[in-house]
Design a protein around this ligand. Structure first.
Ligand SMILES: [Zn+2]
Length: 341
């Protein structure tokens, strides 16, 4: 049902937006973005529809009409005290750690008085490496725009198939390459004579340590988003813990944030209850709060907060949030408003 509403965000109850919070009791919203830019960003272009500056500002202006922005500390106290927000609240975050958050989004947020939390994929920090999905986007652009022969594309398709990439019998869509086979993308880059290191040096797509420290000084909060962005449901239990602990440790060592915050790469869907029991064990938790992106949903794990992805379409915040509230009302009617693990 949720997917249906995602695909049809104009499905809604004919109510003024201001009545949804009262009707649903959902007074906290947690929108999540990655990047804001008016420029083409080839390393993201084929992955999702990031906001331009105007649309991002429109989103903020709309949300600020109905919600009071809060920082991570306020959110943490709210969650840990088990309080229901007594007013409408907005907790904003950015995943992955892109340079444009520092250059474009942060000045806008600062001007409007909106605090935000940055969840950083630690191996990308300082442009030390490139995330495999960003490599896929770059290579797709190269294949689409370059003068590669049909024979070359067929060679790539066969290469994907021989590597066991599911779906490659019919297509050369490099987005099909999973984390576990990400070395395939490096091999294809070699075939196409594309140098990811050169792209990193020339374009600097990710945040630098100094930029993050500057943002911290301006009130932004820093959390981790894993070491190198695996699909958490697809990796072994010990590797889940390693990805979380290692990335949190690096964030702690570099930035000493007051809270240990972690957002799941891609999604927390399929992450078992045992994982949460381990990381939130009483008296010795590995992390303070974790974040998924299943939309306006409750979670049976109290300290796992669900956020609303804002870049799955180019609709305005009003439409996306209205669809989320509508879906929430319908889910509540059928008793499915809470993620159970
Ligand atoms: Zn991510």
């Amino acid at each position: 049902m949720r997917n249906f509403l995602r695909l049809h965000p104009r499905v809604r109850f004919p109510l003024p937006f201001g009545s949804y919070d009262v009707l649903t009791g959902r007074r906290l919203i947690c929108p999540v973005y990655h990047v804001v830019s008016d420029e083409p960003l080839p390393h993201i272009e084929y992955l999702y529809r990031y906001r331009g500056i105007r649309l991002f500002e429109d989103d903020l202006d709309f949300m600020l009409r109905f919600f009071e922005p809060i920082d991570a500390q306020t959110l943490y106290h709210l969650i840990m005290n088990g309080e229901n927000p007594h007013r409408n609240m907005l907790f904003l975050s950015f995943d992955d750690g892109f340079r444009e958050v520092y250059e474009i989004a942060a000045p806008i947020l600062h001007r409007k008085g909106v605090p935000a939390t940055l969840f950083i994929t630690t191996s990308l920090l300082d442009n030390r490496s490139m995330m495999y999905r960003h490599k896929a986007s770059l290579l797709i652009g190269l294949l689409n725009e370059g003068n590669f022969s049909a024979a070359c594309k067929e060679e790539i398709r066969k290469f994907l198939a021989s590597a066991g990439v599911k779906g490659s019998e019919k297509t050369t869509d490099l987005r099909l390459v999973p984390y576990s086979k990400s070395a395939v993308l490096d091999a294809i880059a070699e075939i196409l004579e594309f140098d990811f290191s050169l792209y990193l040096r020339e374009h600097r797509p990710y945040l630098e340590t100094g930029q993050v420290q500057e943002l911290q000084a301006k009130g932004f909060t820093v959390g981790s988003h894993s070491v190198d962005h695996p699909e958490f449901s697809a990796i072994e239990p010990f590797e889940r813990i390693r990805q979380m602990v290692e990335s949190l440790t690096e964030i702690q060592n570099r930035f000493s944030p007051p809270l240990r915050l972690f957002s799941f790469p891609f999604t927390d869907h399929g992450v078992p209850k045992t994982f949460f029991e381990t990381i939130f064990r009483s008296g010795d938790s590995l992390v303070d709060l974790t974040f998924g992106c299943a939309g306006l949903k409750r979670d049976s794990i109290r300290r796992n907060i669900q956020r609303i992805p804002m870049e799955s379409c180019t609709l305005q915040a009003r439409d996306i949030l209205t669809a989320e509230y509508t879906a929430s009302i319908i889910r509540a009617m059928v008793g499915k408003d809470c993620i159970r693990r």
